[in-house]
Design a protein around this ligand. Sequence first.
Ligand SMILES: C[S@@+](CC[C@H](N)C(=O)[O-])C[C@H]1O[C@@H](n2cnc3c(N)ncnc32)[C@H](O)[C@@H]1O
Length: 412
Amino acid sequence: MNDDAALGAVVDRVAELLHLHIGLRCESALYSRLRRAVRDEAAAHGLDVEGYPAALLPGSPVMQSLVNRITVQETAFFRHPEQFDILARDILPTLRPPVRVWSAACSNGQEPYSLAMLLDESGVDGSVIATDLSTSAVQRTAEARYEPRELTGLSSQRIARYMIRSGSRWEVERAIRDRVTVFRHNLLDPIPDRVKSCQLVFCRNVLIYFSPHHAKVFLDRLADAMPRKLWLFLSSTETIWQVTNRYEAIRIDEGFVHRTREAHVPEARSPARPPVTARTAQGRRQSTVRKVTARAPAHEAPPVPPAPPDHAEQAALAARVGQEALSAGDCGSAVVEFRKWAYLTPDDVMAHVHLGLALEAAGERSSARRAYSVAQRVLLTVDPAHVEGAMEGFAVDELARFLHGKNQECAP
Ligand SMILES: C[S@@+](CC[C@H](N)C(=O)[O-])C[C@H]1O[C@@H](n2cnc3c(N)ncnc32)[C@H](O)[C@@H]1O
């Protein structure tokens, strides 16, 4: 075996171990970073590259050091600001204080401190538990000190109110820091007792790195562990309906928030419920709230079982009617039919692609972008050999490129 092939075999093994212990799905972009990381990390620990995987024991300093290097800490204060608006306006007023929030995968702390600021601004008695797998992220969160460029997302009013200059950096003020507790936690481990009193979980921009199997393990465990009904915030491009049916997606204005169901729902496809309009607890403003019933497979891992014949037939009908509507220039009806198609067969990439195209034709670019993102995610979970014939002549790579382009085109 030449050096390159030997390094490739080591990187494959390391990718397997990362997948097993931290749920990380190793895609091609990560793979090239991992090659560099393996060489550098082996050297840093005085190991030869071939012997390096054997040192990657769970909980070991060698594993932690690789995790710190390979995880992505991208974040910002008040990232996805519309979700903070929904939280302040529609959800916080309905919760009994003291409100407890878990920022699961908190990165360098901007998310938990944004939550603490929001609690303060809303006059709510509450606190935030911030956890992350990366010990360097946990340390940065505990320090609560940021470079000026890291203050992105904070208005000048919030900077004036909550940040204190400390040399060339800015420090979060004491009262906000006191609301936040920080510790290391791997989302694949059992849910820590300390977070079980939380009514809200922010778990944004982390499940995208997980395989569907690991995302399901975490989400189901979370639903089982929490004694009360839970509000779950994912990022706006993350969907979980292909993965678990333990949550319902609730549409509030342009965003989705997830809620644990009352009881475990058996693995049947439930009929869609009509939209409902809800008032906030304080009746401050009416928001459009729509429950979207998700369906998902019961078993631990993909592949997703085929739809029962009645759903398959209904999906085929919705696809045909939608295409006819689109050819007739009736984008609104096409959107309705393609939504039905995507709902009935959520693991059918083409359903989401068509929905995206119809939404785009209807001028709803941000919704179209969401549909393309779902299609991208579904595409990652399917077996190319199995689906290629079903993708209307598209090869998987072509479709991936097409979706990437569409996603960019529809970006705000
Ligand atoms: C892109 S950041 C997201 C930060 C923040 N939630 C946000 O949306 O801005 C992803 C974070 O997930 C963490 N992470 C990755 N795998 C994890 C795991 N298995 N358990 C806990 N945290 C994990 C990474 O260390 C990183 O800080």
